[in-house]
Design a protein around this ligand. Sequence first.
Ligand code: DLL
Length: 430
Amino acid sequence: MGVFQPEAETMNRRDLLDLQNERLGILINHAYANVRFYRNQFDAVGLNPDDIKTLEDLKKIPFTTREDLVNNYPYGMFAVPLRDVVRLQFPLSHYGNPIVIGYTREDLKIWRELVARIMFGVGITEHDIIQVAFNYGLFMGAFRFNQGAELIGAAVVPASVAPADVQIRIMRDFKSTVLVSTPSFALHIIETMKKQGIDPRDLSLKIGLFGAEPWPESARDLIEAGLGIKAFDIYGVTELIEPGVSGECTAISGLHIFEDHFFPEIIDPVTGQSLEEGQEGELVLTSLTTTAYPLIRYRTHDRTALCTAPCDCGRTLVRMNRIFHRTDQMISIRGINVFPETIADVLRNFEGIGPAYSLEIKQKYGMNDKLNVFIETSPELLCTAGNVAAFHEKVRTALRKALGLRVELEMVQKEHESKQMRSTRTRINS
Ligand code: DLL
């Protein structure tokens, strides 16, 4: 199978280390000189850029967290003047606590190349017709698939969020050979095909790229059988060039991290100590080549382990295990990230509810995944809120706006708290 940039993807690991160390030096100086947040981080532990000579020294630098990005909204983390930024993007999952990410022209070029590496690596070529069924609204990944595909020379069908029956029609009429979507949406398309009596052999699909949420091997089996394709996993994080951090190759034995652009570490999520190769812990990433929005030791909260053993595909890049768990409470509903803190922030604005709430996720690995929010209400709510139905709708609308996702809301009076709520209660003030 193809290797899009062999000089980088099959590089001798000793040369790779030299390249990473060289890029690290440039990154550290760039971030220290241009981002006050990083200057403060270094100063706080008595470091200056010259103290960071190798990747081993990187461990002396404190982690960067999502809260740091939120606290520095909008432009505090930018390392270049706005005139050098050619794109500003606002991730869907950060409605409540926004962040904005900037890209220079060079950042976008790298990103495009990384997505092209993933596509080419699973056998996508200029002969393919790629149907991208990701949301082209605020979801940045969709654009990246477009650009990666164009770099390879494949034809792109930006089907975006068209309903499943329209997607199927496009697949059939345009003879799409590749589907790119969340695994949930692929499963929803399969359910719709079954209802319509459509056989996957009537379609031209052969490859699928899926990601943005955890999906078990059982979901892969269903997708491969339901669409008659080979399904591959892709991983990324909005803050770090999503979806180009890593992707599976045809060997299906982990996702190759593009180490010439990202340095991965695995840490114990509680102590922050580095773990050995093969041990599972939290993935921490440093962007080695990002100019506008460099991140040093960014905590992804995703649990995985790394392996540098040679891969059958010929790439020398480290592989990470597929992601099934996180080290925080973030949950993914149909590919949309939900942070329980955002729910607590919304609920805090309403009198008469709380202090406890609980979440229930009805997961079917399809578009029917639902988020139910149970909130505790005071018995006086009936008097203070006036029209309870209108109050219910107001809270539900506020949650939908904050999460970018429809939720089912149930108000439970304190003394009638359900068993489910007792077992999973979370406090608004926690
Ligand atoms: O979901 C980027 C992406 C777009 C990846 C398209 C793949 C395809 P965020 O919305 O910032 O970015 O969500 C990032 O989603 O920290 C993981 O917890 C989860 N995630 C992303 N890809 C996978 C995957 C995009 N392949 C967060 N498997 C990450 C499991 C994934 N979880």
